[in-house]
Design a protein around this ligand. Structure first.
Ligand SMILES: *Cc1c(COP(=O)(O)O)cnc(C)c1O
Length: 424
């Protein structure tokens, strides 16, 4: 099936007389006739449901659709994008291990890796996404277990050279994990370029309506855990907490990663998505391919307008030919990247504040990837504890505005931006 068709019909095929829409199975538990039947489920010998913290039919149908969209072999939903990235890393990293990560990643993930996982004994080396192959290879240690990056970073909007990062990861015998939240599988399939595990904050474009927090993890099924068994004991030696199962042996390359993350991490941490949220997420997925095209067209029109405006000092958008990431974006995302544009007001912090106050259509929100256009001045909100020097170093100078272009008419959006710039 074409990706557009998978968006609409993937993951769920009703039988004769069954509901056309994915049923919301609003049940914590499932009934069995004998204890033996249930025992087989607990031993992972039979497939089926017993408790919705681990698996639920509604969530599984939506996860199957996301797996198909990314070209993966297995997927799971999580309660948030934060939980997805934590599970993806913690499934293969433990105390004493090390991660190599791109430095331009989402603030929440940066904290997760550099502060919270550090407390768990997992160390990290951050590398610039534009680093040379030599610099990248130099970041690895004998205890490195994963490489992490974002296809398009939020909010830095850098584009990851997926092939460069995959090559380095694989030459050191570890997988590349890519957070593909911003382009979505409609615009980029990182697995095709060498990523082994793909994560999502489904809160963003996949949901697309600012309705539900959620996350997803997809396994490509390509990474050979057994070929690097010494590095990944959690997958390649018996799990005493799960009847001595060796995940990589029992479920192979295609199923081991997601089965372990479900049977172990979801069991113990419980960051599951509710069937209601999964249903709403699926409504978003049904129109994802149509919406992404519009988000990208609106963002390009806005970026082109801003680039020519005398009150705008610079514009960051990889769809612009002036962007240093234009060539990479053309290679990995020829049909468009995402709807988020960053730009700096020539008049500095005060100009940014006047501009934002004067907008009528674009709302000020800590959110992106919504049907409704929204914007944020990090210096006066998410990063307001920093002084101007620190803001510059963090890549969010005081005059920076991040605008997430929604699905409105681009003419109206540009007219709104133009009148707000007139007030500056
Ligand atoms: C928002 C976001 C996250 C975190 O997702 P939540 O659903 O808010 O937990 C992770 N990665 C990226 C790239 C994001 O934009």
């Amino acid at each position: 099936m074409n990706r557009d068709t998978i968006c609409v019909q993937g993951g769920y095929t009703p039988g004769n007389g069954e509901p056309r829409q994915i049923p919301i199975v609003q049940s914590t538990t499932f009934k069995y006739n004998t204890s033996e039947d249930m025992g087989k489920l607990f031993d992972l010998e039979a497939e089926g449901y017993f408790y919705s913290r681990l698996q639920n039919p509604t969530c599984d149908a939506v996860a199957r659709k996301i797996a198909a969209l990314e070209g993966g072999t297995a997927a799971m939903l999580t309660s948030s994008g934060q939980a997805a990235n934590f599970f993806a890393l913690f499934n293969i990293c433990q105390c004493g291990d090390h991660i190599v990560s791109s430095s331009t990643i989402y603030g929440g993930t940066f904290n997760l890796i550099s502060v919270t996982m550090a407390k768990m004994g997992v160390e990290v080396t951050f590398v610039e996404p534009t680093c040379s192959e030599e610099e990248l290879n130099a970041a690895f240690r004998p205890n490195t277990k994963a490489v992490f990056g974002e296809t398009i970073a939020n909010p830095a909007l850098t584009v990851l050279d997926i092939e460069k990062f995959a090559k380095a990861a694989h030459s050191h015998g570890v997988p590349l994990i890519v957070d593909n939240t911003f382009p979505t599988p409609v615009n980029c399939q990182p697995i095709k370029w060498g990523a082994d595990i793909v994560t999502h904050s489904t809160t963003k474009y996949m949901d697309g309506h600012g309705a539900c927090i959620g996350g997803a993890i997809v396994d490509s099924g390509n990474f050979d855990w057994m070929a690097h068994a010494d590095k990944f004991p959690g997958l390649c030696t018996p799990d005493e907490s799960y009847h001595g199962i060796t995940y990589a042996e029992r479920f192979g390359k295609e199923g081991a990663f997601i089965t372990k993350a479900t049977a172990q991490l979801m069991r113990d941490f419980g960051c599951c998505q509710s069937p209601q949220s999964a249903f709403i997420l699926n409504l978003g997925l049904e129109s994802l391919h149509v919406r992404m095209a519009r988000h990208c067209a609106n963002a390009l029109a806005v970026a082109q307008f801003l680039e020519k405006h005398p009150k705008v000092a610079y514009v960051d958008y990889c769809g612009l030919e002036s962007s240093p990431y234009h060539a990479l974006a053309q290679k990995y995302m020829p049909n468009g990247s995402c709807g988020v544009v960053s730009f700096g007001l020539a008049g500095g912090r005060e100009a940014a504040s006047t501009f934002m106050k004067s907008l009528r259509l674009a709302a000020i929100e800590t959110h992106v990837a919504d049907a409704r256009t929204c914007c944020l001045n990090p210096a006066s909100s998410t990063h307001r504890q920093m002084n101007d020097e620190q803001l510059k170093a963090a890549g969010v100078p005081a005059e920076l505005v991040r605008m997430s272009c929604g699905l409105e008419s681009s003419e109206d959006l540009i007219a709104d931006i133009a009148q707000a710039l007139d007030q500056v």
